[in-house]
Design a protein. Structure first.
Lengths: 269, 266
């Protein structure tokens, strides 16, 4: 029995000669919330896409519950995918289906449950994410926060055991973002799920994480519990946490612009 | 040397495209039974019905107008020459055979390519951009089965129906011309039509229409699945879907016409 639910082993990804991930190793334990932090272009979304099996790596392995998802049969991969729910950054709800039809989709397609049973399960799932009264609404009628909740409901419909969030708070106001954090904590507690969250929201990470991993330019520079991470002296972690820019941009003043104009002899402030 | 490299890269790209298309074609064929009522996945056939309305019923007015105009044009052009030889009656053969073998399937394919091929590409391209296709894959659902197969089933059923309607409207336009120029009644006109066309002409046209439907659906969907980037890539994919599918439809038309011609020679 593997101790890690998800294991990433020496994962390297290269797009057209550009190294996006470089020998990344990561173990995600059962029933923990692991937050994957990193700046823009650090490779966190690429790592996530490999973990959920949307892309195949150039080198290395990804094991989910001990199964190498890049070296297994299509049938086994299908079984593995049923154990992993994904809530995408843009929610990725099907616009032609209502909210409840979106949630019912994996149940209708991947199980032989009777329609009345599916209806009950959909209602319970929507109630769990706080959308019990919004099942009939179409995706375009939902707010940003409601869309993300609906996406979570669809992701947990098959009771997956592993739940992956891509930038859950992107585009949301702080209050809705905090509500989503509470929902993630609730899901872990109520359904005993292992949760991976990709984000660059530091406050959200410290609120929900059991452990925090950080990517910098395609390399994993830290995988620590959140207290150790907060106290880290690693320069790149400190820069990220203290919000220090790489270089200070100096903006010329209006007077300096005016002085550069031809024929300008002087500028008075 | 750079020119040779460029030509080589272009050839490889086209072969890769055709390879991808044939791979998608076989996936589509395998997925078709799962869209059928009773034996298919529950409710999937409803999606095919929706697509039939979009591909077939909604396209009928445009196809009817185009077929009537083209039938009139063909009759007028034919009559201009045939009248000189006192062979105006052969306008009926020209219109009937021309529409049944050629113009019916081709006009229908061009309309369906412009209306539905571009729509397939835009729909799937948007699904790619908004991660809906990724969502399907992470739910262990096959995008070809879920998105392409209902469209394919709808197209291979509706495009032959539209082709028949296109041929009927085109031939009826010929009847209009013959009535105006020679006062030939509809009954006599139809008798001449049945004398001039053979059952193999009808089947030939229908075989072409199924092939054209296959090209339009697979090229449209392939261009959608290939979308990378943002909304502007969706726009490019729709243009590419129409251009490529129209080009391939004409190539396929040449191929089938040559095969049927050789078969008639035997």
């Amino acid at each position: 029995m593997p101790t890690s639910v998800i294991s990433v082993r020496d994962l390297s990804v290269n797009y057209d000669g550009h190294q996006v991930l470089d020998r990344v190793n990561l173990d995600i334990r059962p029933n923990e919330i692991l937050v994957l932090l990193g700046g823009s272009g650090s490779g966190k979304t690429t790592l996530l896409r490999h973990i959920i099996g949307l892309e195949a790596p150039n080198a290395g392995n990804i094991l989910i519950r001990g199964v190498d998802i890049n070296n297994c049969s299509a049938e086994v991969l299908k079984q593995i995918r049923r154990q992993v729910g994904v809530a995408f950054q843009e929610a990725a709800l099907f616009n032609s289906l209502s909210t409840e039809e979106n949630v019912a989709l994996p149940l209708r397609e991947l199980t032989n449950l009777a329609d009345p049973v599916i209806e009950i399960m959909v209602y319970i799932t929507l109630a769990a994410v706080g959308l019990a009264e919004s099942g009939k609404l179409m995706p375009h009628e939902l707010s940003g926060g409601m869309k993300k909740r609906a996406a979570v409901a669809r992701a947990i419909a098959l009771d997956p055991g592993i739940l992956v969030f891509d930038e859950p708070s992107a585009g949301l106001d702080p209050i809705v973002s905090a509500e989503l954090d509470e929902l993630i904590l609730f899901l872990k507690q109520a359904f005993q799920m292992t949760i991976v969250v990709v984000t660059h929201e530091i406050s959200s990470a410290f609120r929900i994480a059991d452990r925090i991993a950080m990517l910098y330019k395609g390399s994993m520079i830290a995988v620590e519990d959140k207290e150790s991470f907060k106290a880290s002296t690693h320069p790149r972690i400190r820069q990220f946490l203290d919000r220090v820019p790489d270089k200070v941009v100096e903006t010329p003043t209006v007077q300096e612009h005016l002085r550069e104009l031809s024929g300008m002899t002087g500028v008075e402030s | 040397m750079k020119i040779l490299e460029g030509i080589g890269a272009g050839v490889i790209q086209q072969f890769a495209y055709i390879g991808g298309l044939s791979d998608q074609f076989w996936s589509g064929i395998r997925a078709l039974p799962r869209v059928l009522p009773v034996i298919g996945r529950r409710g999937r056939w409803r999606d095919a019905i929706r697509q039939m309305t979009a591909i077939g019923v909604s396209a009928l007015p445009m196809i009817a107008i185009m077929a009537i105009c083209s039938g009139m044009i063909l009759a007028l052009q034919g009559a201009g020459e045939l009248r000189r030889f006192g062979a105006l009656r052969y306008v009926i053969d020209l219109v009937a055979v021309g529409f049944t073998r050629e113009l019916g399937p081709l006009l229908t394919a061009i309309v369906v390519s412009g209306r539905s091929g571009s729509a397939f590409s835009a729909e799937i391209g948007t699904m790619v951009v908004t991660s809906e296709i990724d969502a399907l894959r992470t739910m262990a659902l096959d995008p070809v089965e879920f998105v392409l197969a209902p469209k394919y089933l709808a197209a291979i059923l509706m495009v032959p129906c539209l082709t028949i309607m296109c041929s009927v409207f085109g031939i009826l336009a010929g009847a209009g011309f013959m009535y105006l120029s020679t006062h030939m009644t509809l009954g006599i006109y139809i008798r001449y039509v049945f004398d001039s066309i053979l059952l193999r002409d009808v089947f030939g046209g229908l075989i072409k229409s199924v092939a054209f439907a296959t090209i339009i659906v697979h090229v449209g969907c392939m261009e959608g699945f290939k979308v990378r980037g943002g909304p502007e890539a969706v726009g490019r994919s729709t243009t590419s879907a129409v251009v490529r599918s129209t080009f391939l439809v004409i190539l396929a038309d040449l191929f089938f016409t040559a095969v049927f011609y050789l078969a008639r020679m035997q």
